[in-house]
Design a protein around this ligand. Structure first.
Ligand SMILES: [Zn+2]
Length: 442
């Protein structure tokens, strides 16, 4: 059972600065200055305490994780990454980050100015760059491959994350439908697991070490929706929503199937497996014209996601703000963007899918000239602290996709609408393997 993060007692800002100073020469934690004050949250539980504003099921962050990145990034690079990829717009981060000439002041608790600030000092442009703490390796840091090219991915550690969950657990997950009788149900979590197992086999043959965030259709988390009723109610109250039994039940389901499940996967990935790259496998879907009666849609497309485009509301979440900053400080973006471009191209070549026309809202933004690649802030691509590629090929409710899923994992090729194709799962895995060999194989 997991409990709500403890409610931090209010302490005078000066005391906070003394207690949490990270090093004698580097007072990272400072009393408030330089940032606009925020209105006290409606969630204040009493006159003395303020419950931190966190993501769904989030935990209060440990800001000392930033200590390893003092003087590690120049101001120019920090601002570039923040504005080019991570913040939806400058006004999204300005209430929480104050960028000065030599340092950035970071609000420790967005809804309580008295909690103070963390000071992160920038590197000088003339300074020799220090190695930034991270467990993942860039491609030039991997061991050299055998000259005969037999193991192009030797030494590479790849985490494969089959999106969602399967079996009866899909009732919490909403990625499950059936059109017509006597047909296979379409369950995204079961389809992604099939691709993951093929990748595990094929990438191992190419020399990589593979870990799966889940090996079966069961969830990795031990929490269940019934354990999360209190957390769901508190979350709704803090966001000024009415905690009706229906909304609590819905939020608790999402806390189970998304938040807690991805937390459990991220815990294993970041602390135990520590890969060089993470692959989040998904199948896309277009909205049903009538959600109560599933029917086929014409749409069928592909796109790729990397982490970015945080809204003001997301940067306001103390735990999300720290995770965003860690990605910036580790320079995750550079590998992520290049790999997403390559992988999107390779997968499109295999699938022959048209490119997704784009997000109609401000939830995602383009970061390069590849129309397939979008930056979007999702729980998994924020929590997996390494280059993380989010694959979104095929609309599951398109009739061609549906027919290919019904055909299963056949060997060789089969004709669909005049084109001979591999089975849909092998095709998916082949696109990814081709991209990894192209990027990492030397
Ligand atoms: Zn999905």
């Amino acid at each position: 059972m997991r409990f709500l993060p403890p409610v931090k007692p209010r302490v005078p800002a000066l005391l906070f600065a003394v207690v949490l100073t990270c090093a004698p020469s580097c007072p990272a934690f400072e009393p408030l200055s330089g940032l606009p004050s925020l209105r006290r949250s409606a969630s204040t539980t009493d006159a003395e305490t303020v419950r931190p504003y966190l993501s769904r099921l989030g935990s209060a962050p440990d800001w000392s994780r930033l200590d390893a990145y003092q003087h590690a990034i120049t101001r120019d690079e920090f601002v570039y990454l923040l504005e080019h990829c991570y913040a939806a717009k400058p006004s999204a981060y300005q209430p929480f980050l104050s960028i000065l000439s030599d340092r950035v002041l970071i609000r420790l608790q967005s809804n309580d100015p008295a909690a103070g600030l963390y000071t992160l000092h920038f590197a000088q442009a003339s300074q020799i760059p220090i190695k930034r703490q991270r467990f993942w390796r860039k491609r030039e840091e991997l061991p050299r491959q055998p000259d005969d090219g037999s193991l192009p991915l030797r030494g590479l550690r790849v985490a494969v994350d089959p999106g969602h969950i399967g079996g009866d657990w899909t009732k919490w997950d909403d990625r499950d439908f059936q059109i017509g009788r006597h047909t296979l149900r379409i369950r995204e979590g079961e389809m992604t697991l099939k691709v993951a197992k093929i990748l595990q086999r094929d990438l191992t043959r190419l020399g990589a070490t593979i870990g799966l965030t889940r090996e079966s259709n069961n969830p990795r988390t031990s929490l269940r929706p019934e354990d999360l009723q209190d957390e769901a109610r508190q979350y709704l109250i803090q966001r000024n929503r009415i905690p009706s039994s229906k909304s609590i039940s819905f939020t608790a389901s999402q806390m189970f199937a998304i938040s807690s499940e991805i937390d459990a996967r991220a815990d294993w990935l970041n602390k135990e497996f520590q890969p060089d790259v993470a692959l989040c496998l998904h199948f896309d879907a277009a909205p049903f014209p009538n959600p109560l009666r599933p029917s086929f849609v014409r749409s069928n497309y592909i796109h790729m996601l990397i982490n970015g485009t945080y809204s003001e509301g997301e940067i306001k979440e103390d735990d999300s703000r720290l995770e965003m900053l860690l990605r910036i400080l580790q320079g995750v973006y550079y590998s992520e963007e290049k790999l997403a471009s390559l992988a999107g191209d390779a997968l499109q070549k295999e699938t022959r899918l048209p490119v997704f026309s784009g997000y109609g809202s401000s939830t995602a933004q383009r970061v390069n000239d590849n129309p397939m690649v979008w930056a979007r802030n999702l729980k998994a691509n924020r929590a997996f602290l390494c280059p993380t590629l989010f694959f979104e090929p095929h609309c599951m409710n398109n009739i061609l996709t549906y027919r290919r899923v019904q055909a299963g994992e056949y060997a060789g090729l089969r004709e669909f609408d005049g084109i001979y194709r591999k089975n849909i799962y092998q095709e998916y895995a082949d696109g990814i393997a081709a991209a990894l060999v192209k990027y990492y194989g030397r």
